[in-house]
Design a protein around this ligand. Structure first.
Ligand code: ARG
Length: 426
């Protein structure tokens, strides 16, 4: 009796995978696993109903907490990829791990997903699954299936698939973001209609301010009220979404190299990321902020790749954790015109002194304003010398070869050689 676990959503792709895993891959039994990372309730109903109609043994695993914790780690890393806060990307390893656990518990020897061979998710799922000994199966990719073929196959066999609710877009929703792609959105010059959005209202002239509290870089409270991560995210998606915060429309460079047009909604993520960065602006030193950008960028890339368990990420988080010891305090965010703009920040760890920076005081502690004179004299000194040398040699016209030969004198036909520049006494 051979069993295979299938990442199951109840949509067309994963539904046709059920008979295919038996017929084409020879498994005796398929079990479906749906992992809860904060999708809307309808999606679980759809999965449940379809599983029942298929007579599929179906498991639902709640991974919301683990996912929310990962989202909060991503806030500490100011994580975005090409403007997108990584909702789908961060959810995948969490989902993959949960499915693998069920597969192992249920004595499966195979594990399957319904992803195509074009996207990122196949890579993110399989990176986790290929850590195990299970046979990894990707029927849609391996059999080269198209949506049209799947629809026909489903019709022939009377499989329980609906005509696709919610337009013809492909939608992926979890706590951190809602992504909409496909159909008419595939034309980058097409302006998305308002009804692709579900979490955000079109921005109006209204505004509202809220205060977010952070402890060591983790968001802990809104307007003085403490929340667990899941509830905090859900709450901010509601509040910020009402002001149209967190819409992204981008040409995304996928891992395989394809560009795709992606639309996202992520009100809570945008709010928390903006607030967190504002607090770092108050407490971290200039050089920490500058260096952390490199760290954050690397973290984001690994997040996008679905490889948050890479040793590199753990090392990056060592740096992040050390900086975040001081990222405690509050930030006031104003929702206005589709933006979540930091308008005030406060922390006991501020690397800032109003007294020192003020226009109203004469000195900076024991340092007088006059002490800056020497610094001002030196500032830009090297470039002054360099610019003087350039000006002095201005009439010495040098033509550089444009034929790729690197031979300047040949190309220009002039007697002056590149190496002469700046060595001529004038
Ligand atoms: N392109 C995004 C990513 O790879 C999200 C894709 C979401 N899928 C969807 N069917 N809308 O992270």
């Amino acid at each position: 009796m051979t069993r295979v676990a299938l990442a199951f959503s109840g949509g067309l792709d994963t539904t046709v995978c059920v008979p295919l895993l038996e017929e084409e891959y020879g498994y005796d039994e398929v079990i479906g696993v749906t992992v809860d990372v904060g999708q809307p309730a309808e999606e679980f109903d759809e999965a449940e109903e379809t599983a029942e109609a298929l007579d599929l043994e179906h498991y639902v695993v709640d991974a919301k907490e683990e996912f929310a914790d990962l989202c909060f780690d991503s806030v500490r890393a100011n994580a975005t990829y090409q403007g997108y806060p990584l909702g789908t990307a961060l959810a995948r390893p969490v989902i993959a791990k949960a499915i693998l656990e069920v597969a192992e518990e249920q004595d499966c020897t195979g594990i399957a997903h319904g992803c195509t061979g074009k996207g990122n998710d196949q890579l993110r799922f399989e990176a986790v699954w290929r850590d195990s000994d299970l046979e990894v199966i990707a029927p849609v990719r391996e059999l080269g299936l198209t949506r049209e073929w799947e629809q026909e196959y489903a019709d022939e066999r009377d499989l329980p698939v609906e005509g696709g609710s919610g337009g013809d877009w492909s939608i992926d929703t979890n706590l951190w973001s809602r992504s909409v792609e496909g159909d008419d959105l595939e034309d980058p010059s097409y302006v998305p209609p308002e009804d692709i959005y579900d979490w955000t209202d079109a921005p109006t002239g209204e505004s509202e301010e809220i205060e977010i509290e952070f402890e060591q870089g983790y968001p802990v409270a809104v307007n003085g009220e403490e929340y667990e991560p899941i509830e905090l995210i859900e709450h901010l998606n509601e509040v910020a979404g009402a002001y149209g915060v967190g819409r992204t429309d981008s040409m995304e460079d996928r891992m395989l190299g394809l560009k795709v047009r992606e639309n996202y909604e992520h009100p809570a993520a945008t709010t928390l990321l903006n607030a967190h960065e504002a607090l770092e602006g108050l407490v971290l030193t200039q050089e920490e902020r500058e260096f952390k950008q490199l760290i954050d960028q690397k973290w984001s890339k690994k997040g996008y790749e679905g490889l948050v368990d890479a040793p590199l990420v753990s090392a990056l988080e060592g740096f992040i954790a050390d900086t975040q010891k001081r990222v405690s305090g509050t930030v006031t965010i104003r929702f206005e015109g589709g933006q979540a703009r930091p308008v005030a920040r406060d922390s006991n760890y501020a690397a800032y002194s109003a007294e020192h920076a003020s226009f109203d005081t004469e000195t900076v502690g024991k340092i007088t304003q006059e002490d800056a004179t020497g610094v001002a004299k030196y500032h830009g000194f090297q470039r002054r010398l360099a610019n003087e040398a350039i000006a002095a040699n201005a009439d010495e016209e040098v033509e550089v070869a444009t034929d790729g030969s690197g031979d300047a004198s040949e190309a220009s036909g002039s007697s002056s050689d590149v190496s002469d520049v700046g060595t001529d006494d004038e």
